[in-house]
Design a protein around this ligand. Sequence first.
Ligand code: FAD
Length: 455
Amino acid sequence: MDLSGFLSVIQVKRLEVQTDPQDTSCYSYDASNLESLPAAVIFVKNTQEVSTVLEAANYFKIPVTPRGAGTSLAGGTIVAPGGVVLSLTQMNKILEIDEENLTATVQPGVITFDLHRAVEKLGLFYPPDPGSVKMSTLGGNIAVNAGGPHCFKYGVTKDYVLGMEVVQANGKVIRFGGKYIKNVSGLDLGSLFIGSEGILGVVTEATLRLIPLPEIQRTLLAVYNDLDAASETVSDIVRNKIVPATLELMDQVSMQLIEKARPANLPLDAAAGLLIAVDGPADQVAKEMKVVEAICLRNGAREVRVARDDAEQEKLWEGRRSANGAMSQNCKAFIVEDTSVPRTMLPEMVRRIKEIAGRYNIPCAVLGHSGDGNVHPHLLLQELTEDEWARADKAVDEIFRAALDLGGTLTGEHGIGLVKKKYLNWQFSSDALELMRLLKVTLDPNNILNPNVLL
Ligand SMILES: Cc1cc2nc3c(=O)[nH]c(=O)nc-3n(C[C@H](O)[C@H](O)[C@H](O)COP(=O)(O)OP(=O)(O)OC[C@H]3O[C@@H](n4cnc5c(N)ncnc54)[C@H](O)[C@@H]3O)c2cc1C
């Protein structure tokens, strides 16, 4: 590892770089509880610069962590010792919106919400909407195959990536896919890079699929005195062949903390709430809202509140999106997990999370994109003593065991990152892990790309 050799190339090529810890220290963190100070942060403006950085890093064997907005909850941007950050935030242009082919071509540093706004003005829709939508970048979304509330009906990020440009660890640039929907030519390299958490290559451009913007969206909040009844409702809605645009579960702790941080008129005495949005043509939405309301009531909802207008609807969603911030204001640190189980197992998963957290005496808020079985338990740490961390670690272990027992997975959308690496062999056989390692070694023989993460 020769950092000074690497930095001298970066200087000769006149790339923007910071090395003073006063400037770089904020790149030590993401939204996980981990930190590690990078040796340098390099800000790239185009694909050529990314290629230059990786070629030099590969030669001097410097670990490189690609970084978008740094909102990873899994420690995906925590640099390896002696490593540098490759910041993609200045590559933030929407290069083209093609209204006839229904595509958008973007650089990786575009904030997801900026794409939403740009295409919505044209009556188009890019559905993936992580809770971090106003901060996170499309490159980061692709690198973890991000989800969000809309993914129940519309699918996750990978369902919208048609083409990509990727810079490999050796600096070589490859492109695959394009503006076409159907494509079975060659191996599907896109699926290799999507969700690979920056360990196989750096995404420098993407062509994304757009769809027509639904005519209207309406939101309701179903209020329950019983958490089980709320999670049982989810399956009943789907059994009735209704696929709402979103189907979000919040338990009492979540609603109380959200309400304290960002009042949205959530009921503080209720055990749970389901935030459900239905979208489509106006007449169909009106019909489906009535059916959803009836299903909630027959599953034990004590009340169903339909948002009267767009402002009330947005207030509810802003509240939901602010959940992580709300949690952080009410504890010294929190651990958010991201298990995903078959939808029918959701009620059992929620019950087990509550039971496990209770047994280890850790306050726990549960919310999640329950329509697709994706549950986020938030363990709210109050003391940060060794004993509390140890209890939390054990609780997390048991939560993962429960998710795998119920036929689920360790992470639905946040990625493995640094945080969940130790659990990978609980989910995958040694042969499967060996194949993953073989791919990594083939694409990155010097192990420079995000070597801390995933494997
Ligand atoms: C409040 C809050 C709510 C959230 N809600 C959701 C949610 O609902 N759904 C969800 O899926 N996630 C959610 N997240 C997690 C996080 O926002 C997502 O993982 C997001 O996709 C990360 O984007 P980013 O730009 O911040 O990427 P970063 O955090 O910067 O990076 C994430 C990973 O991608 C890699 N990476 C970044 N850019 C590139 C690139 N161009 N090429 C290759 N690798 C790259 C990094 O090395 C890292 O491993 C939430 C986070 C917060 C803080």
